[in-house]
Write a protein that binds this ligand. Structure first.
Ligand code: LFR
Length: 480
């Protein structure tokens, strides 16, 4: 049988891309059709996504991709657009780094204690969970006028096909889904006055999501019918689906703007210890649970680079590799680093406040960030194993961070485990493979992973001794 082609739309916090995956028996090839910037915009009312520019990028990308057998869409999680009774978008979707959710969680916990919320939804505390966003928006006329809420990939799917749904892996990041029943958490929604009728019916990866509308075919030059297939529309769900693991005993770290570090499990871990450690139970492909922790990730470095006017990154990383290790570390899990702006100064302040040397140069700041990320990876990988009672022998790093060799090596060192790095475009590959599977071009999840392991370039990093230094740095950070 001839190879089939799938377009994967993958929107990240700083750029969007349309990739074309070709899948045949034993073959998997990915090429980039189009990449475009994702520039959040600050308007007087706050930080907003430029969703029309993103949709324009998707259309450009589909045109560049050419004729394909199906299209799938994934993006970052939690954010949404509201539609009025006529189906028109009400305002620009709010960015999860917007400040409107400050102090909202405390109000929510006064109604539903944090422990009950965790027991019911399994979701980590993050100020931007959709639930907190909806409570923050409670008194707005926009929400009052809304008839329908669509998560970002579902909104773009609606514009492409005219059909509405709520994809489950992404819905699991709203804090309104019960990870045991994989259905809405009706009780939580009722107690907090969230109207679940805003959400169209749930759909799952592999489900059909309609056909490209006539005007979309015209604009993109494609010949219909072209189906849109529901994929793991949360980018992290697609990325985890593309972890090229060959056994069960693996941890993963999805790297990019965020580091999402954890395990793939069959069932959620909902106990108090797990809540205290702020692990989340998001839903993955095929009834799996993505048990992981959000770590600030390369956002810390991206924000410094922005402040420094975009210096040459490879040169900076070479210099950082030569800086003395573990001089100063910051808590890369701290939500204090969530908002944009002044990142080098904020990192310096965190070092000063914890009595550590303040990084003096760009290379030192960069090294501080990478050491801190590796340390946070170490903690997350270890604690996930303990809390889930699921030991691992290898750590897979996927996503954009695989291009950062220093980060991969430091992560192997910190975890004391071999790291297998790649693929870099994991989210797009997971997106492609779920489409291919829906059309019968590839087998089950294990077969998808075998295909990835056999076809994608991977690089292995062995841990370099000195685990005592990492242990000491961890204790220092914990103030012990
Ligand atoms: C990564 C990601 C994370 C989510 C964060 C905000 O791109 O989707 O999984 O916690 O963005 O949506």
């Amino acid at each position: 049988t001839a190879a089939k082609s799938y377009a994967a739309v993958d929107l990240g916090a700083s750029s969007g891309r349309v990739m074309v995956g070709r899948v045949g028996p034993g073959t998997l090839e990915l090429t980039e059709a189009h990449r475009f910037p994702n520039r959040p915009v600050r308007v007087p009312e706050g930080l907003r996504w430029d969703i029309l520019a993103l949709y324009g990028g998707v259309l450009d990308g589909l045109r560049a991709a050419g004729q394909v057998d199906s299209v799938g869409i994934d993006s970052w999680a939690v954010d949404y657009g509201l539609l009025d009774a006529d189906g028109a978008l009400l305002g620009n979707p709010v960015h999860y780094r917007d400040t409107r959710t400050e102090g909202v969680a405390e109000k929510v916990w006064a109604t539903v204690p944090a422990a009950d919320l965790y027991a019911a939804t399994g979701l980590q505390y993050a100020p931007f969970n959709t639930l907190y966003q909806l409570v923050a928006a409670r008194a707005t006329s926009q929400l009052a006028d809304a008839e329908c809420l669509l998560l970002i990939p579902d909104l773009l799917t609606y514009w492409l096909t005219g059909e509405r749904g709520t994809e489950l892996t992404n819905a699991s990041t709203t804090q309104l889904v019960d990870p045991r029943t994989r259905d809405w958490s009706y009780d939580i929604a009722a107690r907090l006055g969230v109207d679940l009728d805003l959400f169209p019916p749930l759909r799952r990866p592999g489900d059909p999501a309609g056909l490209l509308r006539g005007p979309v075919l015209e604009e993109t030059g494609l010949t219909g019918p072209v189906p849109v297939t529901t994929v793991g529309s949360h980018d992290t769900a697609s990325a985890v689906a593309a972890v090229p693991a060959t056994g069960e005993r693996f941890a993963y770290i999805c790297t990019g703007t965020w580091s999402l570090a954890g395990l793939e499990l069959d069932a959620p871990v909902l106990g108090e210890a797990s809540r205290a450690a702020n692990f989340t139970n998001e839903l993955g492909l095929d009834n799996t649970v993505r048990y992981l922790r959000n770590i600030m990730g390369l956002w810390l470095l991206q924000e410094c680079l922005r402040e420094w006017g975009g210096p040459d990154l490879p040169a900076l990383l070479r210099e950082a590799a030569g800086v003395a290790p573990l001089r100063s570390v910051v808590d890369a899990g701290d939500a204090a680093f969530l908002a944009p702006g002044r990142m080098p100064a904020r990192i310096a302040e965190a070092c000063r406040a914890s009595g550590q040397p303040v990084p003096g140069s760009r290379a030192e700041t960069t090294r501080c960030i990478l050491d801190s990320l590796a340390l946070a990876h170490r903690r997350a990988v270890r604690e996930a194993q303990e809390l889930a009672d699921h030991p691992v022998d290898v750590v897979h790093i996927v996503g954009g961070g695989t291009r950062n060799e220093l980060l991969c090596q430091l992560t192997a060192d910190a975890c004391g485990l071999p790291v297998v790095a790649g693929p870099a475009e994991a989210a797009a590959l997971g997106n492609v493979l779920v489409q291919a599977r829906a059309q019968g071009a590839v087998g089950d999840r294990a077969a998808m992973r075998r295909l990835l392991a056999a076809t994608q370039p991977l690089r292995r990093y062995e841990p370099r001794g000195d685990s005592a230094a990492w242990q000491a740095a961890e204790a220092r950070l914990a103030g012990r």
